[in-house]
Design a protein around this ligand. Sequence first.
Ligand code: DSN
Length: 455
Amino acid sequence: MLTEERIRELLENLSSQQYHEAIFGALKESDGQVYQLLKREYERRQNTLQLMAAENQCSMAVLAALGSVLQNKTAEGFVGARMHGGCEVVDDVESVAVSRAKETFGAQYANVQPHSGSQANQIVLTAILESGDRILSLALEQGGHYSHGSRISFTSKFFEVDNYYVDKESLLLDYDAVREQAVKFKPKLIICGASAYSRTIDFAKFREIAESVGAYLLADISHISGLVIAGAHPSSIDYAHFTTTSTYKPGGPRGGLIVMGKDYDQRIKVGTKDISLWEHIDKVTFPGVQGTPYFNNIAAKTVFFKETLSDEYRSRQFKIVKNAKRLASNLMDLGYEVVAGGTDNHMVLIDVANLRQGLTGPTAQKCLEECGIIVDMIHLPYEKSPSAAGGIRIGTPIVTKNGMGAKEMDSISALMDAVLRKVEPISDSEYRIDGALREKTQTKVKDLCSRFGMR
Ligand code: DSN
C-alpha cells in the first residue's frame, strides 16, 4: 500500500529538484515561472530553521486533498441544502469533515466552512453583535489579534471596542482586572485567546467573568488548538460559547473552523425568530458572510482531523511544549529575558531590546533570518521603546514535527545566541553582521536541517 511512510521512503533519496520534478511535472510544463518559485520556497524551507509560532507543516495527504479536483466545485449552502446541482460528493465530504471535527475537539457543533481564522471570528461577531455593540478583548500590542476588535481592523468601524491588558509586573493575564473592566464596560462579547501569550489561558475564569456581565465568550484558540486537541492545554470548548481556530496552525490546511460545546443549542432571538446559536452561526456563515466554501480545503481539513486522532499527533503536541520549555530555559540561562518567565505552550517570547543596547525585534528577526533562523519580530507588553517592536516570537511546532528534540533545542539556542550577541545594531532596522559568523551559522543550520528537514 502507498502509505505516507512509503511515499516518504521513496522521496527520501530524491534531491529537491527530483522531488519537484516528480510532483510538479504538469506545472513545470505549463508555467515554469511559478514552478521555479515553488521550488525556491521548498528549498528555503529545507535549508532554514522554521521557528514560526504561527506556522506548521501539513502532511502530504493534506497537500494532496488541497490540490484536488474538489477546488472546482461551486456549492453554496450546507449539506442537503445547497444552491447548486451536483453536490452529492461534496455533501459527503462536508458531513465527514463535520463529524471528525466534532470528534477531534469533543464538540457538539462544528462549522468547517470558514475560509480562515479571521473569517471564523468575523462570522461569530456578525452573528451576535449589532452595529455599535461592545467587545472586550486583549490589546493587539499585548498579544491580541486584529480580528478581535483591533482599531486597525474593520471591527472597530462597526463595534465599540475596549481592551484588557496583562499585569505590568508578571506579564500574565490579570483576571481580576478583566472582571473589573467587564463590569465597567458591559461588553456584549468578551474575546479570549492570543497570538502572543505563552502561558496557560484559564477559560473557566473567562466564562465566569462573561456570565457575571451577561456577555458571550469567544475563545480564539488558533495558536494553541493542536495542544487543546491533545490535552496539552485545557480546552475552551465547554467554557466558551464559541471556539474558533485557524486550521493550519495546528498542522492542517489553511482555513478556519468554528466549534461549540454545551451552549450550541442555546436560544438566540434573531428578528422575530427564536433559534439555536448553531443554526444562527450556519445562517450567518452563508449567506451572511461567505459564498461557496473551499471544498478542497474542507477535504484537507477532513484528512487533518483524522490525523489528530493518532497517537503520533497527540504525543507530538506534548513534545512541542517540551521543546519550547527547553528553548525558554536555555535562553534564560544565557541571560535572555523571556516574557512571563517561560512558556506553557508552543511559543517563547523574548525581549531582545533588553539584551543589547540598540537591538530591536526587526533587527533580531532580520539578522537571524540572514543566518537561516526564521522567527517573528513582535511587540511586547509595556515595551520601553515605542519606535520599534522590542521582541521576537519563537515557535516549536515545525522543528518538533521534523523530529527535533532536546539536543537540537540546545543547538538552536546556542546558534541564536551566537548571532544576537555579535550583531551590531545601526538603527531600529539596520545592523552589521560579521560575514564569517553568518556563513558559519548558515552551515550549521543547513547541517541541522539536512538531518531533520522538511520532506
Ligand atoms: N495570528 C497571526 C500570528 O500569530 O502571526 C497569524 O494570523
